[in-house]
Write a protein that binds this ligand. Structure first.
Ligand SMILES: NC(=O)c1ccc[n+]([C@@H]2O[C@H](COP(=O)([O-])OP(=O)(O)OC[C@H]3O[C@@H](n4cnc5c(N)ncnc54)[C@H](OP(=O)(O)O)[C@@H]3O)[C@@H](O)[C@H]2O)c1
Length: 379
């Protein structure tokens, strides 16, 4: 999106200094021109670690943030920084509700990592708080802002693959769960809302929802019915494999979203297993190759003479998290409080689906992290 005027710059505060925070900051600091963007820009003005200010300083230095960026030893200090416009919440999902509430109560706009919260009740309160305070709030499902995702949504919306009756999507990463995660790692730790569904299954659901919900006119979007199965990790009780079948009105289209920590969507790393998502319409299908969180290749497979077989690969000048950051900047510039790429309502419907899957399979997280009480100690 090229323009002649000065880019609209937003000032980020980074809440937590773990793995994804580093990946996000590296992308934020990339020159937007390398991705053909000149209408918005980003600056990292502060970071906070819950453990120490020194850890936050090391983080800022490691990722070559400006020397002027402030380092804080608590999240509470970060949200008081008057130079911060928007806070990126990069703690485990168990902490998103408390940390996002802290930022909103501090009058900051928020981009909060996925899964948005531990449950839908928490997500609803975040949205109500953002509304009340007139602040921007967005769940960081970065996949939705990739050019490929936008392109494919528009392609499907135009009717070129006909009526979509089924979407299948899988994000499964084969791990030696016991040796890689043990019992404490956030992927399996119930105290950190661990498990395959909230961490990886959210992306399978993202592909299903983009084509069976999001592209419909708002008046036709209706929450799906849910059937599901779950296998739990014997050492912690977190879900290690979850399969979800959704039935979307008005066409009764099927969405099949699967995730697992035990088997892989791409076992040999060479796409031999085929696409990770299939969007199946009456005139053809769209196939998306994994990993589904970072789509770089798709195929259009015709069933109709008017469609051509296409196999498209797109390079990405970085990880690809900058596109969601650009979306935040444009929303702030334009005075929007939510993104049309993933509205508050859609985030809540997806959280409702995951709540229902957990209810069907009796997966409950500890009371403290399911709680809607704010503030609570220990966050
Ligand atoms: N968008 C994506 O592709 C993507 C990829 C990976 C993860 N994520 C999401 O990002 C979030 C963080 O994942 P991550 O892989 O970055 O995790 P991580 O490496 O474990 O980092 C999490 C950070 O949260 C802070 N934290 C605060 N309280 C904590 C506690 N009780 N236990 C552990 N950490 C605590 C810590 O930072 P301080 O010590 O500095 O406070 C920690 O370094 C998750 O919600 C995850 O789903 C998204």
């Amino acid at each position: 999106m090229a323009t002649n005027s000065k880019p609209y710059k937003i000032r980020w505060g980074i809440l937590a200094t773990g793995w994804i925070a580093g990946v996000f900051v590296e992308d934020l600091l990339k020159d937007p021109n390398t991705r053909g963007v000149d209408d918005v820009a980003h600056e990292v003005v502060a970071a906070a670690s819950s453990s120490s200010a020194e850890r936050a300083r090391n983080f800022l230095d490691e990722f070559k943030c400006p020397k002027s960026a402030k380092a804080y030893g608590s999240y509470k200090e970060l949200v008081k920084d008057p130079n911060v416009d928007i806070i990126y919440v990069a703690t485990p999902h168990s902490h998103h509700y408390q940390n996002t509430m802290l930022a909103l109560e501090g009058d900051k706009h928020v981009l909060c990592e996925k899964a948005f919260t531990t449950n839908a009740a928490q997500a609803k309160i975040l949205v109500d708080t953002a509304k009340k305070k007139d602040l921007f709030l967005m769940e960081a499902v970065w996949t939705r802002y990739f050019p490929i995702s936008r392109e494919l949504r528009a392609f499907a919306e135009s009717g070129k693959i006909g009526t979509i009756h089924r979407v299948m999507a899988d994000l499964s990463l084969c791990n030696d769960v016991e040796s890689q995660f043990g019992t404490e790692h956030r992927m399996v730790n119930m105290n950190l809302a661990g498990g395959a569904m909230l961490d990886l299954g959210i992306y399978s659901l993202t592909w299903v929802f983009q084509f069976l919900y999001h592209i419909l006119p708002p008046s036709e979007r209706k929450p799906p019915t849910v059937a599901s199965s779950m296998t739990k990790y014997s050492k912690t009780g977190a879900d290690e494999s979850t399969s979800i079948i959704l039935n979307f009105p008005p066409l009764h289209s099927h969405g099949i979203a699967t995730t697992s920590l035990r088997v892989a969507y791409n076992p040999d790393g060479k796409d031999t297993a085929g696409p990770a998502a299939r969007i199946q319409g009456t005139k053809g299908e769209i196939q998306v190759f994994g990993p589904l969180y970072r789509p770089t290749r798709y195929r259009i497979v015709p069933h109709d003479d008017l469609l051509k077989l296409e196999d498209v690969t797109r390079d990405i000048p970085g990880m690809g998290m900058f596109w969601e950051a650009d979306e935040c900047a444009r929303c702030l510039r334009d005075g929007k409080k939510q993104s049309q790429g993933l509205t508050w309502e859609e985030s809540i419907v997806i959280m409702d689906v995951m709540d229902e899957v957990r209810r069907q399979n009796k997966l409950e997280y500890p009371e403290k992290i399911e709680s809607t009480t704010y503030p609570l100690d220990g966050f």
